[in-house]
Design a binder for this molecule. Sequence first.
Ligand SMILES: NC(=O)c1ccc[n+]([C@@H]2O[C@H](COP(=O)([O-])OP(=O)(O)OC[C@H]3O[C@@H](n4cnc5c(N)ncnc54)[C@H](OP(=O)(O)O)[C@@H]3O)[C@@H](O)[C@H]2O)c1
Length: 328
Amino acid sequence: MDTLMLTTGWLVWAIVAFFALRGLWRLLRPNAALDLSGRWIVVTGCDSGFGFGVVQRLIGRGAHVVAFCFTDEGAAQALAAGARLAPRLDLTDRQAVGAAAAEVRQACGDQLWGLVHNAGTVLPGFVEYQPLSFYERVMAVNFLAPVHLTQKLIPALKSARGRIVLVSSVDGIVSLPGNAPYDASKFAIEAYADALRAELSFWKVSVSVINPSTMRTPLAMTFFEGHRKAWEQMDRDDPDGPWKQAWPADWLDTYIAENTEALQRIAQDPRHAIDDIVHALGASRPDLRYLSGTLSKTLFLALWKMPERWSLAIKKGMIRPAPRLGRD
Ligand SMILES: NC(=O)c1ccc[n+]([C@@H]2O[C@H](COP(=O)([O-])OP(=O)(O)OC[C@H]3O[C@@H](n4cnc5c(N)ncnc54)[C@H](OP(=O)(O)O)[C@@H]3O)[C@@H](O)[C@H]2O)c1
C-alpha cells in the first residue's frame, strides 16, 4: 500500500513538473517577429471590427494587404488606409469570389503569405423560433465562404509556405444557448481547420484558429437586439404557433434589455483579437489556437474542459429570464 502511494505521489509530481517545464519552455523560447514588409496578405470582413483593425496593423508593418469588403464605404476606407486591393463583394457569391481570388493570385505573383478568414455574421435566436433560412445564411457566410476562398488560394499559399488564420469564436469550442446557427457554423470551421492543418502541413502552410470572447465591434454589440429579427420572422411565418407560449413578446423585450446591459459590461477592446491575429501572421512560430480575451481564457476554457453535465447547468443558467413553462 505504502509503495503504491509513494509511486502515485511521484507520478503526480512528475506530471506537474512536465507541464511546468513545458510552459516555461514555451514562454522563454525565442519567437521572433517576422518582417512582414512586402508580404501579400488577404483579410476578409474589413469594413469594421477586427478586420479593419488588422488591416491597419498589417499596413503599418509594410505588408501588401488585400482587404475584402462588403460595402463601397468599407473598400474606400481600406484603400485610403493603404490596402493594395479592396475587392467589394458578398463572400457567398461564388463567381465574384472566384474572380477576386484570380486577381489576388496575379497581383501577388502566386506568393501569398497570409489569408485571414475574418468576415462573419450572427443571426441569434432560440431554436424554437429560429427560421431555417437563418441557419443557411450563417453557414454560407461563416463556413462555406472560407472553405471556397481557401480552395481558390491554396496554390499561392503553398508556394509561399504561408499562413491561414480562421477567426472562429468561443462559440466554436462551447456551444451557447440562443445562438445555434452561429455555434454550428463555428464548430464546422473548427473541424475544417483541423483537417486543413494536417493536409497543408506537407507544404509547411500553418493554420491558426482564433477564439475571441465578446469584444466591442458592431457584430457583438448588436447581438441581443438581433434576436428580434428571428422572433419577428417566426411571428410572420407562424403567428399563432405554440412557440410563442414559451417565448412571448414581453419575455423577448426583457431578455434583450437585461442582456444588452450585461453585454456592455463584459465586452472588451477588440485589440485582444487583433493582437492574436497579427501574431499568427507575424510570429516565427504561430500558435495553433489563440484564446483571445479574458473570458475566453477563463470562463470559456473552463466550460470547454469541464464535465458536460456541469457546463449544461451553467448554460441553462445563462438563459435569463427563463422561458415561460407551460403546464405539460
Ligand atoms: N466581436 C466579438 O465579440 C467576436 C467574438 C467572437 C468571434 N468573432 C468573430 O470575429 C469576426 C469578425 O467580427 P467582428 O466582431 O469584427 O464584427 P464586424 O465588425 O461585424 O465584422 C464582420 C465583417 O464581416 C463582413 N461580412 C458579413 N457578411 C459578409 C458577407 N456575406 N460578405 C462579405 N463580408 C461580410 C461585415 O460586413 P458589414 O459590416 O458590411 O456587414 C463586417 O465587415 C467574425 O467572424 C466573428 O464571428 C467576434
